[in-house]
Design a protein around this ligand. Structure first.
Ligand SMILES: CC(C)(COP(=O)(O)OP(=O)(O)OC[C@H]1O[C@@H](n2cnc3c(N)ncnc32)[C@H](O)[C@@H]1OP(=O)(O)O)[C@@H](O)C(=O)NCCC(=O)NCCS
Length: 171
């Protein structure tokens, strides 16, 4: 469902798709070309949520923000199944693995990868182009290289394409 809350309605860009079982509530901005999957919950009641173009929010993700604060998710970001982002910032092209948690005031840098099940704790900064795994998340020595980016650019496009396929494809 896409609902207003206290007069604030979600603003959803052209070519973005919100699955019927997802909830997008209140003060939420979603760019164009985004895919919001089944069971996702984006709750902009006492805080705001902003998502850039071409990002995917897979099944059962939860996004929320603290009172009068904002969760910001950039462009071409992938939120794997059941990821949680709470009052945090995730920069462009980042990947949050399945079941990961990014907590209050944390920042995930551009092209950073958060491994499956990791917890980026309150205020933690994950540098751009790094990989962080575990709880609390620890940054591995290796960096995201061009080959990895090429693979993920393709995968991220699959979700932009899905956003176009779903309106007619879901029967
Ligand atoms: C996180 C990720 C980048 C790691 O890839 P990688 O660099 O090839 O990692 P490796 O397999 O070489 O592992 C490196 C280290 O991290 C550890 N590790 C990897 N993934 C981990 C995880 N999810 N949790 C805890 N530790 C993990 C490995 O055990 C290894 O530890 P060691 O150095 O002590 O032996 C990769 O698994 C990934 O992209 N995951 C996200 C997948 C996803 O959720 N996609 C979205 C859904 S569609």
């Amino acid at each position: 469902m896409i609902n207003s809350f206290e007069g604030k309605a979600p603003v959803i860009g052209d070519g973005s798709y919100v699955h019927p079982s997802a909830d997008v509530l209140g003060n939420v901005g979603i760019g164009s070309g985004c895919w919001i999957g089944p069971g996702a919950r984006l709750r902009g009641d006492y805080g705001r949520i902003e998502i850039g173009d071409n990002s995917s929010v897979e099944d059962n993700c939860v996004i929320h923000a603290r009172p009068d604060e904002q969760t910001t998710i950039g462009a071409w970001v992938t939120l794997g199944h059941s990821a949680i982002v709470h009052n945090a910032t995730v920069h462009d092209w980042a990947l949050l693995g399945m079941g990961s948690i990014v907590s209050d005031w944390a920042v995930v840098g551009e092209w950073a990868v958060v491994g499956e099940g990791a917890v980026v704790i309150q205020g933690q900064k994950i540098p751009a182009h790094s990989i962080a795994v575990g709880t609390p998340a620890r940054v591995l020595g290796k960096k995201i290289e061009e080959a990895y980016k090429a693979k993920w650019r393709e995968f991220k496009k699959v979700y932009v394409d899905l956003a176009a396929r779903y309106p007619a494809g879901l029967t």
